[in-house]
Design a protein around this ligand. Structure first.
Ligand SMILES: *Cc1c(COP(=O)(O)O)cnc(C)c1O
Length: 428
């Protein structure tokens, strides 16, 4: 591996080698990360990186597009099939770009978006004050009604919608562990004449694998997503538009045209054709029956970890999980702040992130919680027994974090587990 880089550039080679070892010898519990297949990596490392392909298949600005068109059409068609969408734009370079393009497609400057409260699980791109998008659009919020069950306050959402007349009702999250009631989102959007949009960045793989509900079954207009989280593809984004028509709303085709214009030339320049080819490969993998098994196992493993946290009386936001991730109040339950928990677990070979919990009494730089999930360890082949064991080791490390001998023993067990479950190159 990396023969040419090794010959040519010792410094970059050292970084790549280091990361290879880190990924091999540690357990990845960051819920937005995953391991891609060698086939995805081959496509992403391919000669398509050489090609400029501004425009869309059949409508490019430069010549020589026979094979770029072939790759992009494959990615589009597979994406549509995976999600039951009418249209797919596979060019966004990232999830953030997909969301910005979606806003540009659907909104005029000054328009309002109704999205999930950022402290209750929403993403930066849903209108965090540090992002530039908030200079152009107005973001208003809905929240959970009860942080112990995770139920969204749909009554308040309707009230805010009627008061603020948003143009987009935005579902989706990066730190929320329950299913959303898409029918209610869509009904509220229709009531005020707004588009219903789901940002499925975290759970796209669960939807594609048939273990989470598909927003397109509930009259959603657009689904944006990343392609590198549960969907297990190359780092990138995508915008899907509905197939069916909804009375009083623009047709799917009209919306998709706006989306295409917003992505290029509205926001981006030349598409990353090597990444688009890798998206096609990943979507091909996700269309296999084995991906359904993978998605189902992600949930089973999360449930196994939830059971251990429950048994040990560790508070989980939303009371537990219905998806791939868990938000645990480690400060409230174990007296260890999120930042320190992240650090302790890092020393035993477990990677995850500190996270604000809803209505966190502590600050964002040193919050109360940790966020972790099962997509990557499930790709590695860990089952429920091993996932439960990982949860036990996590709690042991957090309880005994002052006892170096105990931490060393836990680290050793994690290393053994990683050696037993090597990162696969091919997915069955
Ligand atoms: C990860 C994420 C994004 C952003 O994806 P990037 O590829 O990092 O830009 C957007 N929305 C949600 C909900 C996410 O979880």
């Amino acid at each position: 591996m990396y023969d040419f880089i090794k010959q040519q550039d010792a410094e970059v080679f050292a970084a790549l080698e280091g990361e290879e070892t880190r990924e091999r010898e540690g357990l990845e519990l960051i819920p937005s990360e995953n391991y891609v297949s060698q086939a995805v990596r081959e496509a992403q490392g391919s000669i398509l990186t050489n090609k400029y392909a501004e425009g869309y298949p059949g409508k490019r600005y430069y010549g020589g597009q026979e094979f770029t068109d072939q790759a992009e059409v494959l990615a589009i068609e597979r994406a549509k099939k995976l999600f039951g969408a009418g249209f797919a734009n596979v060019q966004p370079h990232s999830g953030a770009n997909a969301n910005i393009a979606m806003y540009m497609a659907l909104l005029q400057p000054g328009d309002t978006v109704l999205g999930m409260d950022l402290g209750h699980g929403g993403h930066l791109t849903h209108g965090h004050p540090v992002t530039y998008i908030t200079k152009f659009f107005n973001f208003v919020r809905y929240k959970m009604k009860d942080v112990e069950t995770g139920e969204i306050d749909y009554d308040d959402m309707l009230r805010v919608a009627k008061e603020t007349r948003p143009k987009i009702v935005l579902a989706g999250f990066s730190a929320y562990s329950r299913e959303l009631d898409y029918a209610k989102f869509a009904a509220i959007a229709r009531e005020v004449g707004a588009y219903a949009v789901m940002d499925a960045a975290h759970i796209a793989g669960l939807i594609a694998g048939g273990v989470a509900k598909n927003p397109f079954d509930f009259e959603f207009d657009i689904v944006t997503t990343t392609t590198h989280k549960t969907l297990r593809g190359p780092r990138g984004g995508m915008i899907l538009t509905r197939a069916g028509e909804i009375g009083g709303m623009p047709t799917g085709e009209e919306i998709a045209k706006k989306v295409d214009k917003a992505v290029f030339p509205g926001l981006q320049g030349g598409p990353l054709m090597h990444v688009i080819a890798a998206k096609a490969v990943a979507f091909g993998e996700a269309l296999q029956p084995s991906f359904k098994t993978y998605a189902a196992q992600i949930l089973k493993n999360a449930k196994a970890m939830e059971a251990v946290f429950k048994k040990n009386n560790v508070r989980m936001l939303g009371g537990g999980t219905s998806n791939h991730l868990i938000l645990a109040d480690v400060f409230g339950s174990l007296g260890i702040p999120g930042k320190e928990a992240e650090k302790v677990l890092d020393t035993v070979g477990i990677t995850l992130n500190k996270n604000m919990i809803a209505d966190d009494p502590r600050g964002p730089m040193d919050p109360s919680g940790i966020r972790f999930g099962t997509p990557a360890i499930t790709t590695r082949g860990l089952g429920e027994v091993e996932s439960a064991r990982v949860a036990e080791l996590m709690l042991a490390a957090l309880r005994d974090h002052a006892d170096q001998a105990k931490l060393d023993a836990i680290h050793q067990e994690i290393k053994t587990l990683c050696a037993t479950f090597p990162i696969p190159e091919v997915f069955a």
